[in-house]
Design a protein. Sequence first.
Length: 423
Amino acid sequence: MERTGTDSVRLVYLTELTGMRLIGPQGTRIGRVREAAVAPREHPQRIARFLFGWGRTRFAVRWDQVLAFSDDGIQLSDENFAPYYGNDSHLLLTKDLLDQQIIDVNGRKVVRVNDLGLRVTANGNEQLWVHEVGVGLQGAFRRLAEGILPNRIIREIQGKMPPNSIPWEACNIVEPDPQRRLRLLISHDRLERLHPADLADIVEELGTDEREALFETLDEEIAADTLEEIKPSVKTSILHSLDSGRAADILEEMDPADAAEALQHLVDRVRREIVRDMEREPAVEVAELLEYEGDTAAGMMGARYLSREADLTVGEIVASLRGEDSLLKRLTHVFLTDREGRLVGSVALGRLAVATPEAPVKSLAFRKTLQVTLETKPADVVEIFDKYNLYALPVVDNDGCLHGVITADDVITYLSPEIERGL
């Protein structure tokens, strides 16, 4: 037991708990603790069972049979122990957590569990609650010295080492088994509050099964935003591992160009299954984009952009943009077309905000709107963005009809592999 931090906290480390004596009411030595279990449906932090025994013969001590914890062992109120046969709704601290990878939500990273700090609380009888996860040198040292040095000496030495632990409340477990995930009440609410780029970094550190489990349970919009941030090889692996219906639901939330890019490297059969399971409108958009050659402007462009007829007023344009929140947060221009869909100009959204509603939108258009054709090479697109400091570049066919728009994000995505190779 020790004091940690600025608050008076009595801690028992898991490395100390496993091996601690169980003492009966008359001082009888019953055995030694071999494992401890949390039952999340009963309490998210309290140790619910202390297991003892050897081989297949194990017994369980309930939390309410414990009177107190001391350096001599665990004092029990009675000796009525039931055999323990395993329970999928129990989180076994040594088996399920020790040496396993979990997610540090605050640190936005994947960490390996070296030890667990269990807080002693008193409510009539004393209880152990999971308090923190040790991920640094202190926990590793306790593991190495366990059974070799007395606990008193271990604590003295570890006190000279830099502490590195994570509050239990900031930890997120990724359980691949969907049935067990349900029984353990594992959710990813805290992960879903992270920025998609941070969540993408975490996903890339996880194993294949853990990635699939995470994407099976994340909110579809959050999963889509995260998938867009993940490097292509991992993105392909995730889509391969998911059920086609789940993959389709996620891709529907993405820009069609990003969805098409994510599907490009899948085998034909898997790609067709996912597109088949998508809603009709996004499926048509994605299928059209997949037909374009990747090494062209058409292969870089997005199919979601803001275009309106050029003979409207500013007020009419603004009114038509209401409800386009998903596009407005990403796009910077409204592209103007004639009745045949030919590009005739573009207007920055900022200009619409300060113009009078009665003004013809054509009067706000740039004198010349830079554009490229469907067949323009990506290298030329990059050069145009660099030369003119563009945010968006429309893509037209040979008749001048607007087919899509390349954004600065699309250019960055195109250049990312080259940037990574350069690093």
